[in-house]
Ligand binder design. Structure first.
Ligand code: MEV
Length: 314
């Protein structure tokens, strides 16, 4: 019996995280070196409608029905059934694995959703179009944190650099010149809901200073977009530095992130910032290709648990 498999990349946010939740633009790119993968194996001898989940990375080996109501994988199956207007899936085993660190700002939740939606819809004989994959993954993102902008599911599902504004048609970004980034992991896990929720509370209590930060992040994302499209990268690093300073003021950085950002700059990066939700997870540094190893070593010496060198290509 055939198996149905699908994968989806990780992502990084180059500019505009958090401000994007407040309808400002943000830029994100897929990261191919890390991937989530889903495999669906038909299980015709199992009881009717039983979906058995195997996700060794998170120690799951049970029927979907045994998962808690809030479990994203359980919700994903419900959302898929509602989309196809069926009351159960044919019995199957859903195997989920991922090399994307969880709660690290690299889009692990979105990538797992996208891979599972693709593999399960192929198993149903009705592979979902990319816009439906993204829309359904967005519904699941809401479980991870209540007010997602939609940028993670979009960049992961379309697997292309995006200039994203919540509620507006997706704009893909054509990166004119390749450039190199070093991604450094603080090793501290932080789910997006923490910093997103705290920032919302702060914004609700006193919105004007936060609105000003979001406006400045918006200008930075716009400038970065025009530089990336023109292939002029000379001020991209300083735009990253400035964006990081704004994220610090939004209260979403952490001592570990600040330390790695400073270490990357001291080792010759043109600019650096946290990427994603913050409070932990990953930071990114823009580097000349010949400095990538040097910056990576400096990050490891400053406490990064691991690093990744990636090229963003046209
Ligand atoms: C998370 O990757 C990016 C945030 O801006 C949240 C969101 O856009 O939903 C922090």
């Amino acid at each position: 019996m055939p198996a149905f498999s699908a994968s989806a990349p990780g992502k990084i946010i180059l500019f505009g995280e958090h401000a994007v939740v407040y309808s400002r633009p943000a830029i994100a790119v897929p990261v191919q070196q890390v991937q989530a993968r889903a495999i669906v194996i038909p299980d015709p001898l199992a009881p009717r409608g039983r979906v058995w989940i195997q996700a060794p990375d998170i120690n799951l080996d049970c029927a979907a029905g045994e998962l808690s109501e809030e479990s994203p994988l359980r919700k994903l199956i419900q959302i898929l059934q509602a989309h196809f207007q069926i009351d159960h899936l044919p019995a199957c085993i859903l195997r989920v694995s991922s090399t994307i660190p969880v709660a690290a700002g690299l889009g692990s939740g979105a990538a797992i959703s996208v891979a599972c939606l693709r593999a399960l819809s192929a198993f149903l004989g009705a592979p979902l179009a990319v816009e439906h994959v993204s829309a359904l993954a967005y519904e699941i993102e809401k479980i991870y944190h209540g007010t997602p902008s939609g940028i993670d599911n979009t960049v992961v599902a379309y697997d292309r650099p995006v200039y994203f504004v919540h509620g507006q048609p997706i704009e893909f970004l054509s990166v004119r010149q390749p450039f190199t980034l070093v991604i450094g992991d603080t090793g501290r896990r932080s789910s997006t809901s923490g910093p997103v929720g705290a920032l919302r509370q702060a914004w609700l209590a006193n919105s004007p200073p936060y609105e000003a930060l979001f406006d400045r992040a918006c200008e930075i994302a716009r400038s970065a977009r025009s530089d990336l499209e023109a292939g002029t990268l000379s001020r991209l690093g300083s735009l990253m530095d400035e964006n990081h300073a704004l994220l610090v003021q939004m209260g979403v950085s952490s001592p570990e992130l600040d330390r790695l950002v400073a270490a990357a700059r001291a080792a010759g990066a043109s600019g650096a910032k946290l990427s994603g939700g913050g409070w932990g997870g990953n930071m990114i540094a823009l580097v000349e290709p010949e400095l990538a190893e040097q910056v990576s070593t400096a990050l490891l010496e400053s406490g990064a648990t691991h690093t990744l060198i990636t090229q963003v290509r046209p």
